[in-house]
Each structure stands twice: as structure tokens, then as C-alpha cells.
Design a protein around this ligand. Structure first.
Ligand code: 5K3
Length: 118
């Protein structure tokens, strides 16, 4: 993912280390499978029309590595976008809907633990 805006500060890698750790935990989670890579818009009827801003863990990792998150807020916004998109497109009692709810609960718990530590 190439982008124009990049954080220039040399220690931005360090600043975002907790996010890389947290993202690695999300990707390793057993319920992460629907969210690991972009939804294939050509093979999921209606997705492109319903979901205005698709997002997934791989795209977030690319943005992190390319220093495209200029502050903590934008990282959190993208992670929550993954879960909000999932809740919008999938029934709560569907396989993927349930996975999304479990992943969101896991993220909220780990994020508060990380934040409280600071
Ligand atoms: C994160 O996954 C997306 O919500 C797409 C879910 C989906 C994909 C294919 C289907 O047949 C049904 C739902």
C-alpha cells in the first residue's frame, strides 16, 4: 500500500510498537479468519454497495508498516471499522457475525489493558 502521507519522526516505529503487537494478537486469534485479508468484492454479492469503507487486518498492517497512521486514533478507527463492517453485513447469529463479536470483545479487552499500562 503506497501512500503520500507518512509519519516522518524516526521513532514512530517505537510509538506504534504496541499496535503492531496488538495487531499480531488479532491476526493469531482463532476467530480472525474472516478478517485477515480484504473481502473479495467480486465474489461477495452486495458487499461493495453496502460497505462504503472496507477494512481488514492485512491492510491495517500494511498501513502500520508504511507509517500511514499519523496518530493512535486513526489506528483504532480502522480496527473498529473491521468490526462495524462485519456487524453491518452479517447477522449476529451467523458464523462470521459471531466471530466478529468475539474479535471485538477481545480487541476492546486488550486495548484497555494496553492503555491502562501507559
Ligand atoms: C468479513 O467478512 C465479510 O463480512 C464478508 C462476509 C461474507 C462473505 C461471503 C458470504 O457468502 C457471506 C458473508
Amino acid at each position: 500500500v503506497s501512500c503520500a502521507k507518512r509519519a516522518k519522526t524516526p521513532n514512530s516505529e517505537l510509538l506504534f510498537l504496541p499496535f503492531r503487537v496488538l495487531l499480531a494478537e488479532l491476526e493469531a486469534h482463532q476467530d480472525a479468519w474472516p478478517f485477515l485479508s480484504p473481502v473479495k468484492l467480486k465474489s461477495v454479492p452486495g458487499y461493495r454497495k453496502v460497505i462504503k469503507k472496507p477494512m481488514d487486518f492485512f491492510t491495517i498492517k500494511e498501513k502500520l508498516i508504511n507509517n500511514m497512521y499519523l496518530n493512535q486514533e486513526n489506528f483504532i478507527i480502522d480496527v473498529n471499522l473491521v468490526f462495524d463492517n462485519c456487524q453491518k453485513f452479517n447477522e449476529d447469529d451467523s458464523e462470521i457475525g459471531q466471530a466478529g463479536h468475539r474479535m471485538k470483545r477481545f480487541f476492546d479487552k486488550r486495548w484497555t489493558e494496553l492503555l491502562r499500562k501507559q
